[in-house]
Design a protein around this ligand. Structure first.
Ligand code: NAP
Length: 466
């Protein structure tokens, strides 16, 4: 006789693909519910867990990273196992996951970036913020990234929080950066940076900027950089005035920008220049970025209260040797999993994966986080997002066909039969301690290990000693 799904004898087997914040919040929500016994395996392509908290959150924002404590509590639960360094597609396939797990959650985030689709975007010296952020955060895939910081002027396109992060990292002194867990290779390179001017290009006005108040305020507190905002850029049209009146965050942002405009230049060696109502229309250069051509914009209020921008046919050129596009992230397709290319995410209804945009649901497959809703919100936004998905998963349990091979050891055997060098959570905790120990003498939170082979060698030598 087969046991009922979700009981102690036959727990609900769930695979979570991706050990970032959304995956951990989904695991946490599954552990908290009382209706079913669960057994959860979390997989990550990298040996290291925590996804964007480790490789996206800026190294000078350590407080945000303390959220890891919550994820550690989730991992400490005996119902959860961690399989790091396991790539979905090459080490284990999606059909294999479907053989061993009653439900699968894709928590794969948004690994790629949106494009401007303008001439010159792929010239050497033009980068996505995704690459730069991953590089300075020590993501193993970006260790060999080459960015030439001998130039004097860089352009950052976009005015979201990622643009603020990139700007701050370019603008900070080596003293400021050396207290953080920024990757050693980035610290070394930024220590010799020649950048004096960082130009931030916003296609709309200051009221429409997407940054949040702590992030814009921080620019005004940098040791070696002044922020330059032109007072005339803060003169608002009627639609922007109305938008401003309705939103407290925007009001605080405007107060900060006004303070910057009043303060002006104080003589610090670096300068951050804001350019509002400008769209990049071409990245210019002969074999290397030398300037960015911008078109002036006008704001146009649309019927749905959205304030759009339109070019007015007037152009100016901004000399720059580097361009960072910080205009949003995009998910990348996973083999065998539906993907809605237009929005760059896994199509879904509230977290239930659908075969196409607005199509039929795919039984047993779910999505959370940026792969579900697009690249918006702060880390905490992923908690209610994951709870929504998990609630639907629980609703679906009575209609599920339990998988035949639910034995937790089957997945281990499969990975071992392929010689997949996976690591478990205890292995990760060991690596974590190594990093923290390396950071202590330098007064840093940790020194990140950026090479996967070094991580695996360290883990294996620890196991050899046991
Ligand atoms: P974002 O907040 O969506 O900002 C994207 C920016 O790019 C906007 O200013 C947008 O302008 C602009 N943009 C988009 N397409 C453009 C184009 N074709 N030409 C010119 N500009 C264009 O995205 P993000 O900065 O990547 O951040 C992603 C999410 O992570 C956000 O929710 C953010 O708050 C969060 N995050 C939070 C923190 C933190 O809490 N400290 C740090 C980093 C990221 P329009 O408004 O005109 O579209």
């Amino acid at each position: 006789m087969t046991s009922q799904l979700g009981t102690g004898a036959r727990p609900l087997r769930v695979a979570i693909v991706g050990a970032g914040p959304s995956g951990f919040y989904a695991a946490g929500a599954l552990l908290q519910q009382k209706d079913y016994h669960v057994s959860i395996d979390i997989f990550d392509r990298l040996p290291t867990p925590y996804g964007l908290v480790r490789y996206g959150v800026a190294p000078d924002h350590q407080k945000i990273k303390s959220v890891i404590k919550v994820y550690e509590r989730t991992m400490a639960d005996s119902r959860v196992r961690y399989f790091g360094n396991v790539d979905l597609g090459s080490d284990i396939t999606q059909p294999e996951l479907k053989q061993h797990y009653d439900q699968i959650i894709y928590a794969v985030g948004a690994l790629s970036d949106r494009r401007l689709d303008i001439p010159g975007e792929d010239l050497p010296g033009s980068f996505s913020a995704t690459e730069f952020v991953a590089w300075y955060n020590g993501h193993p895939d970006f260790v060999d990234y080459e960015v030439d910081l001998s130039v004097e002027s860089a352009v950052v396109v976009g005015v979201g929080n990622v643009a603020m992060d990139v700007t701050r990292i370019l603008a900070k002194s080596v003293d400021e950066l050396s207290k953080t867990d920024i990757a050693d290779h980035a610290l070394e390179k930024l220590a010799h940076s020649n950048i004096k001017h960082i130009h931030i290009i916003a296609r709309r006005g200051p009221v429409q900027a997407k940054f949040t108040n702590p992030e814009i305020k921080e620019l005004g507190e940098l040791e070696v950089a002044d922020v330059i905002v032109k007072p005339e850029d803060l003169v608002l049209d009627a639609a922007s005035e109305a938008e401003l009146a309705a939103d407290r965050t925007t009001q605080r942002n405007m107060e900060t920008l006004r303070e910057f405009a009043e303060r002006g230049v104080t003589g610090k060696p670096r300068q951050i220049h804001f350019h509002f109502l400008r769209s990049p229309v071409e990245i210019c250069g002969d074999g290397q970025v030398t300037s960015v051509r911008m078109e002036k914009n006008l704001l146009v209020a649309k019927e749905d209260n959205y304030i759009a921008c339109e070019g007015i046919g007037e152009f100016d050129d901004l000399p720059a040797g580097l361009v960072f596009r910080a205009i949003g992230y995009r998910s990348v397709p996973i083999p065998g999993v539906p993907f809605y290319d237009r929005w760059g995410l896994i199509p879904n209804q509230g977290g239930r994966v659908t075969a196409t945009h607005k199509g039929e649901t795919v039984p047993g497959e779910y999505v959370v986080g940026w792969a579900k809703r697009g690249p918006t919100g702060i880390i905490g936004t992923n908690k209610p997002d994951a709870v929504e998905t998990v609630n639907l998963m629980l609703e679906d349990v009575p209609n599920l066909t339990p998988v035949a091979d639910a034995n937790p050891s089957a997945v281990v055997q499969l990975l071992q039969s392929r010689n997949v060098d996976y690591i478990n959570f205890i292995d990760w905790q060991f690596l974590d301690q190594v990093e923290v120990k390396r950071g202590a003498p330098q007064g840093r939170p940790r020194v990140k290990i950026t090479d996967v082979d070094e991580m695996l060698d360290l883990v294996r030598s620890k196991q050899g000693e046991e």
